[in-house]
Design a protein around this ligand. Structure first.
Ligand SMILES: Cc1cc2nc3c(=O)[nH]c(=O)nc-3n(C[C@H](O)[C@H](O)[C@H](O)COP(=O)(O)OP(=O)(O)OC[C@H]3O[C@@H](n4cnc5c(N)ncnc54)[C@H](O)[C@@H]3O)c2cc1C
Length: 382
């Protein structure tokens, strides 16, 4: 019987590719009318690229990615360089590729791999509302009322997962109090003086601004986040330029110039969930943001979804569905909890501190060499 995957985002399609390569038949049930990602960028660390390689799509994603020279942390107020991590030959020899991509540059190769594999059945307009299971299989109940039967159900249906709602029952994700504003800027609008092949992060008191080039150099991805105590969820709401700017002050000249380039902004109030270990209900299991949504501060949400997908695919055993899903959860829960913890810590201690706390951060980075940074990244990228 087929493995059902609810959700065709990066995590769901990666799981479909991995399971199919391991010999399983897979049916992907996607709520939306098409398989596509919103027009924004993500950073993909070496651990993410190793997973893409293992799924056979690493070369296609590398070909679409922008291979940045360095990651830079700057003071948001003065613009001063606080720390730099070169993605040079030493970094690559130790960890592998670090690159930035448009989200579709990851999704499209995964989609192409699904389409090329006759074991994968892709269905759109198929929102999963609930599931039922017995000793021989699981039934996904769609919002339309249709049912689809399989041997297992993987809930890869994102932050507001319907599968999680039934499996864990922990309600809506709590809002973090942080608001993220995103804009995508045509690269031709960026003055030459600001063009650098790096990921730059300006960290200021209770805010940070990240920007980098995506989509083969055609666009610049701009993400500005503020710890403003937001209490209501918000998902992609269009916002006025002046409304965005009022959160980011004082801001150094370069960052101000970059922010001024954005024509259209959208806002999200960020959510995560405290780590749990109960991702499984017999033949049903969670993956990616449905299992462990994290703040984006370690740039790892999609990378962890890819790790989940590869791990699930290698653990899955059709002769022992529940046992093999339990092995997958055991392999993934501690690592993803650590990523959750580190993501929050980075927001608090590295990206948003002010005054003495910011000075302590700067002193800490000043005392580290690049080799020290590599040591500290080994658990994540190594
Ligand atoms: C501002 C920001 C920046 C980020 N930057 C990075 C970064 O630099 N690096 C990184 O690795 N990660 C980053 N992330 C995190 C990353 O985007 C997510 O972790 C990743 O997209 C999760 O993938 P997923 O497949 O689990 O979920 P999603 O991408 O949310 O996909 C879920 C899919 O399920 C579908 N769906 C929803 N409900 C149902 C249903 N009931 N039935 C069927 N289908 C359903 C949805 O339509 C969607 O296609 C960032 C996130 C944010 C918010």
């Amino acid at each position: 019987m087929t493995v059902l995957v609810a959700g065709g985002g990066i995590g769901g399609l990666a799981a479909a590719v991995g399971l199919a390569r391991a010999g399983q038949h897979v049916t992907v049930l996607e709520a939306a009318a098409a398989f596509e990602e919103i027009g924004a960028g993500i950073q993909v660390g070496p651990n993410g690229f190793r997973m893409l390689d293992s799924l056979g799509v690493g070369p296609a994603v590398r070909a679409r990615a922008v291979h940045v020279d360095e990651g830079r942390l700057r003071c948001g107020v003065s613009g001063r360089l606080v720390a730099a991590l070169p993605f040079d030959s030493d970094f690559q020899a130790r960890f592998g590729t670090y690159a930035v991509v448009h989200r579709n540059d990851v999704l499209a190769p995964l989609l192409a791999a699904c389409l090329a594999d006759e074991r994968v059945d892709l269905r759109v307009d198929s929102a999963v509302a609930a599931y039922e299971q017995d000793g021989s299989g699981v039934t996904a109940v769609l919002r339309s009322g249709d049912v689809v039967r399989g041997a297992a159900l993987v809930g890869a249906d994102g932050l507001r997962s319907a599968v999680r709602r039934q499996l864990v029952g922990d309600g809506e994700p709590p809002v973090s109090g942080h608001t993220t504003f995103r804009a995508v800027i045509p690269a031709e609008n960026v003055p030459q003086s600001l063009k650098e092949n790096v990921v730059t992060l300006w960290a200021g008191p209770r805010y940070h601004v990240v920007w980098y080039v995506i989509a083969g150099g055609r666009y610049v991805n701009l993400v500005a986040t503020v710890d403003n105590g937001a209490t209501e969820p918000m998902t992609g709401k269009p916002v006025e330029h002046a409304e965005v700017l009022r959160h980011f002050s004082p801001l150094c000249d370069d960052a101000t110039q970059v922010m001024a380039l954005a024509a259209e902004w959208r806002a999200w109030v960020l959510c995560d969930r405290p780590p749990i270990t109960t991702w499984q209900d017999s033949r049903v299991v969670l993956l990616g943001d449905a299992a462990h949504p994290v703040l984006q501060y370690a740039a790892q949400g999609a990378c962890q979804a890819l790790e989940d997908a590869v791990c699930l695919s290698s653990a899955y055993d059709s002769r022992d569905v529940a046992g093999s899903l339990a092995r997958y959860v055991a392999l993934r829960s501690e690592r993803t909890a650590r990523v959750h913890h580190v993501s929050r810590l980075m927001g608090r201690e590295v990206y948003h501190p002010a005054g003495e706390a910011a000075a302590a951060r700067d002193a800490m980075f000043a005392s580290w060499t690049v080799a020290d940074l590599h040591e500290r990244l080994e658990w994540l990228y190594g």
